[in-house]
Write a protein that binds this ligand. Structure first.
Ligand code: FAD
Ligand code: NAD
Length: 468
């Protein structure tokens, strides 16, 4: 058995773990990271990056298909579109491969030692890793658990055969003719929309009464409209009860008690993700839990001294940038900085059509804090740039305290709004008031002017109309 020791040991090289290890290495800390699969974790290999590549490819294909159907008010025509999904997947894999190399390079340049294999805790300071060349013991002064999450499996619909998770959906070589999606959350709607644009007949089954139930109805309405336009059938308040006896369809109980069989080539189950807390010796540590997650404090410390946890294994929101920000925080703490988690918000984007972007509090959550609030909304229909892009669905909304106009939240739905979310988060982080946003000169013509107009509307100022 080989043995090594280090100051900081990170388990898992996802966006939490690799950022933590890189920053720690850059600060001159003797750091080791253990990864069983490829660098970059869920996000890079089977999550954020491959899904956004597929969504982009689907958008491009759909655009050409609309042109070919003579459905272009811009007067653009095209001949029949074709899609070679195997080639699309190869393109996506090349992007992933480049980024894998990028992460490996970052770790190397920061002098982080990478151990490939599955780690298992022996105690709070010792881990054993099954590597290709035998068992490796690593003893560390401090440890970071960044093991991430896995897709939730429904007992009535175990993964296998036709029943797939996002990982298999992101590796399909052919566009399915009939795709049934269970769960109208982030994954179900992002991938369901992409496959619908690629020509699949998509049906989405959601247990709750609304799609994307974490957002308010105003934010999700433009997405519902677009799903309908794309021919996506959405069954809300419906329960997937298992496969039909023949095994080629999903048995569903609808809200009104009817039973349906939805024939499908693939059934994508996307009903959430669960923290990866099994298989790596959590029993040896006996850490406090917060529901299924590892409990952490504002310094990402678990209940055991010298053991930190970051990313999906620690709770919602399970987003890559939260994991990375926590990783950065822990690296600084281990390097001796006196830091705690004090970010004003963790923005979230749902890459549906149109995209939804949320930073800070939604109106209902802001009201629930007990303060009186102001809201201001500006639609993209009144925005020259949105009209020139042929994408005028949606709006931006600002939520602020009524007394001092401190901005509490900014949300929006609209084409390309993901890129505007940086401004939303910056405003919240800088403690902006409505007047700050309203008085900032925004470049014309840009969709970002809609944020300025929303702030003006919250202040009761009349909307300014630019010449088109
Ligand atoms: P992970 O990325 O899950 O990484 C954990 C790593 O630890 C894995 O590589 C795993 O192999 C390794 N590991 C676990 N246990 C061990 C062990 N015992 N020994 C060795 N290695 C181990 N988030 C966004 O912010 N934006 C998006 O657009 C987005 N899109 C997504 C799309 C899909 C389809 C999915 C599934 C997720 C998406 N997410 C998105 C969520 C995002 O992927 C996660 O929030 C993020 O990856 C969490 O990072 P992490 O470092 O906590 O864990
Ligand atoms: P989700 O929590 O976003 O959505 C799950 C949906 O499934 C919910 O609407 C829920 O009501 C529904 N559901 C639960 N059980 C059901 C059942 N038995 N039958 C029918 N519907 C059921 O989960 P997800 O889409 O699997 O994504 C997992 C996580 O991955 C997200 O929460 C997010 O943290 C992350 N993610 C983020 C992005 C992004 O940032 N753009 C994209 C994809 C995934």
């Amino acid at each position: 058995m080989k043995a090594m020791s280090c100051k900081l040991l990170v388990i898992g090289a996802g966006p939490g773990g690799y950022v933590c290890a890189t920053r720690s290495g850059q600060r001159g800390i003797d750091t080791v990271i253990v990864e069983a699969k490829k660098p970059g974790g869920t996000c890079l290999n089977v999550g954020c990056i491959p899904s956004k590549a597929l969504i982009h490819a689907a958008d491009e294909y759909h655009k050409v298909a609309r042109f070919a159907a003579g459905d272009s008010p811009l007067g653009i025509g095209a001949s029949e579109p074709r899609i070679d999904l195997a080639r699309t997947m190869q393109w996506k894999d090349e992007i992933v491969g480049r980024l894998n190399g990028g992460v490996a390079g970052l770790l190397k340049n920061a002098s982080v030692k990478v151990v490939e294999g599955w780690a298992r805790f022996r105690d709070g300071k010792t881990v054993e890793v099954e590597t290709e060349t035998g068992l490796q013991t690593i003893h560390a002064e401090q440890v970071v658990i960044a093991t991430g999450s896995r897709p939730v499996e429904l007992p009535a619909l175990p993964f296998g055969g036709r029943v797939i998770s996002s990982t298999e959906a992101l590796a399909l070589r052919q566009v399915p003719s009939r795709l049934v999606v269970v769960g109208a959350g982030y994954i179900g709607l992002e991938l369901g929309t992409a496959f619908a644009k690629l020509g699949a007949h998509v049906t989405v089954v959601e247990a709750l009464p609304r799609i994307l139930p974490q957002y308010d109805a105003a934010l999700t309405r433009p997405v519902e409209v677009r799903l309908r336009q794309l021919g996506v059938e959405v069954l809300t308040g419906a329960k997937a009860t298992g496969l039909t006896p023949a095994g080629d369809a999903l048995a569903v109980e609808t809200g009104d008690g009817q039973h349906k069989a939805l024939a499908a080539d693939h059934i994508l189950v996307a009903v959430g993700r669960a923290p990866l807390t099994a298989g790596w010796g959590l029993e040896a540590l006996d850490l406090d839990r917060d529901g299924p997650f590892l409990r952490i404090d504002a310094r990402c410390r678990t209940s055991m001294r010298g053991v930190y946890a970051i990313g999906d294994v620690t709770g919602e929101p399970m987003l890559a940038h939260r994991a990375s920000a926590q990783g950065e925080l822990v690296a600084r703490i281990v390097a001796g900085d006196d830091r705690i988690w004090d970010s004003a918000c963790i923005p979230a984007i749902c890459f549906t059509d149109p995209e939804i972007a949320v930073a800070g509090l939604l109106p209902e959550a802001a009201r629930a804090t007990g303060v009186e609030i102001l809201t201001g909304l500006s639609p993209f229909q009144a925005n020259g740039r949105a009209l020139t892009l042929g994408e005028d669905a949606g709006f931006i909304r600002v939520v602020a305290r009524a007394d001092n106009h401190l901005v509490l939240g900014i949300q929006g739905v609209g084409a390309g709004i993901a890129e505007l979310s940086a401004g939303f988060a910056l405003a919240l982080e800088m403690g902006a008031r409505l007047e700050d946003i309203a008085a900032t000169v925004h470049a014309h013509p840009t969709q970002s002017e809609t944020l300025m107009e929303a702030a003006r509307n919250a202040l009761g100022h009349s909307q300014r109309h630019h010449a088109p």
